[in-house]
Design a protein around this ligand. Structure first.
Ligand code: SF4
Ligand code: SF4
Length: 445
């Protein structure tokens, strides 16, 4: 398979990054990297998707990575997997033993090991420029599940209509499921036996970067990686519920400018000019104390949330970064002079944040050992709601009409001509019930 065929098959299947923002995979593959890194770090506590997929599908993943490395003319492909996922590491090593251009790099158990910029440094020892992509230093990073979806697109012509996700926390039967894209969160919770706490809340995603989900009819998308059920009074729920205004009010008197948030920031430790403590001065003094052209430093933040865990006062510098990104807009982001540090912070290795400590700090130790095994369950939804924007870029444009009959796997929406985006396919055979500006609903026949 050559590069054009690969890109075409992946675009047609609507593959997007399954582990984060949903960057369209075909666009990513339209490049000439030196190294392709498969991101199997899965650093968000409690989530167990990629480690199980790597173990169960080692052979398929190895073949797919080999196809991509060859098609893109890369020098090598690297499976980057945490050392603690011993079975997965063993399975992959055994599958690639005869392939000279593939290798495994084992990773330490730190957060946020899965951040692309951190990962590139851990695997290749190269520093991605500030605000840059791994490609700037010759690397292309693909998540484990995305690689599996690419494999199915190129070998089986299968579009992305199912999603793997972990359901854990206060649920009766923690599990990792393969579910049809578009079913509701409540249907997935039901499959996991439902909440076991009186006043449950659901975090959509991992406990660090996931968002509180109040509406349980919200559909699963191509990027949903986990659902974590906690009690409404759990400190993690409380922290996620707190408004930015109230956090800033507390920060005005509580931020002692100790710099711990900066000292542990993974991007600062890579040598980038990101100083969350200085941004927090905005709360106290109305300015950061930096020259005005440095306000754009907030765009270097990956919103991993580690600064919140570093803060002795429980403040959330990352939320201020997020807010400022929106207020400052792309003009300021583009104006920021982006440098490539010569070296990382000399204390970086000592300051990496161990996951066991993070789990304790988050108050999630009681859930850490829940296995959430990959469980085959048959979902028979009555309807699915397919979001038109499940990816980075422009929302897809519907190509079906209400009343139209569709089969599972049929394309129902496509990106606008020339825009960054991804096709959307139906995960259910039936009839289009409704076409709205943000979604398409399909009901079973
Ligand atoms: S760690 Fe907390 S208290 Fe210290 S500077 Fe950062 S936000 Fe302020
Ligand atoms: S969220 Fe905080 S710790 Fe993470 S990159 Fe941003 S400033 Fe640094």
């Amino acid at each position: 398979m050559d590069k054009d065929q690969l890109i075409k098959a992946v675009a047609e299947a609507g593959v997007v990054g399954a582990g984060g923002a949903g960057f369209p995979a075909a666009v990513k593959l339209n490049s000439s990297p030196e190294v392709i890194i498969v991101n199997g770090a899965e650093c968000e506590p409690l989530l167990k998707v990629d480690q199980q997929l790597a173990l169960e599908n080692a052979s398929e993943l190895a073949k797919a990575l080999n196809v991509i490395v060859t098609a893109l003319g890369a020098k090598e492909g690297v499976f980057a997997v945490k050392e603690k996922y011993t079975q997965a590491v063993k399975a992959i090593k055994s599958e690639i033993s005869h392939l000279k251009n593939l290798r495994v790099k084992t990773l330490g158990n730190y957060y946020p090991m899965g951040d692309e910029q951190v990962l590139v440094f851990e695997v290749l020892g190269r520093i991605v420029p500030e605000g840059g992509l791994p490609l700037a230093c010759g690397a292309l990073v693909i998540n484990v599940e995305s690689l599996l979806n690419i494999s199915r697109a190129i070998h089986l012509k299968e579009p992305v209509i199912d999603k793997y996700l972990t359901v854990t926390g206060s649920v009766a039967k923690p599990a990792t499921f393969k579910v049809p894209v578009g079913i509701s969160i409540s249907e997935v919770l039901e499959a996991a036996g439902g909440p076991t706490t009186k006043s449950p809340v659901v975090i959509n995603g991992g406990p660090m970067m996931g968002k509180l989900e109040e509406d349980l009819t919200t559909p699963i998308t191509k990027t949903t990686k986990g659902l974590i059920v906690l009690d409404r009074m759990h400190p993690r729920s409380e922290a996620k519920k707190r408004s930015l205004t109230s956090m800033l009010k507390i920060a005005r008197t509580a931020c002692c400018h100790c710099m711990y948030c900066t000292d542990l920031c993974p991007r600062y430790l890579l040598g980038h000019r990101l100083y969350p403590d200085r941004v927090m001065r905005l709360a106290s003094y109305g300015h950061t104390g930096d020259p005005p052209d440095q306000a754009g430093q907030v765009f270097l933040c990956c919103e991993c949330g580690l600064c919140e865990q570093a803060c002795v006062m429980g403040l959330q510098p990352w939320r201020l970064n997020h807010e400022l990104k929106g207020r400052l807009g792309p003009k300021v982001a583009n104006a920021l002079v982006k440098l490539t540090p010569d070296e990382v912070n000399r204390f970086r290795e000592l300051r990496r944040y161990p996951i066991p400590r993070l789990v304790q700090k988050l108050g999630l130790a009681q859930y850490e050992d829940l296995k959430a095994p990959l469980t085959v369950t048959s979902f028979s939804p009555k309807r699915v709601r397919l979001m038109l924007k499940q990816h980075l870029g422009a929302p897809a444009v519907p190509i079906v009409k209400p009343g139209q009959k569709v089969k599972r796997g049929d394309k129902v929406a496509s990106p606008p001509e020339g825009a960054l985006g991804a096709h959307v396919h139906t995960s259910l055979t039936g009839k289009v019930e409704e076409v709205q500006t943000t979604s398409i609903t399909v009901i079973a026949k």
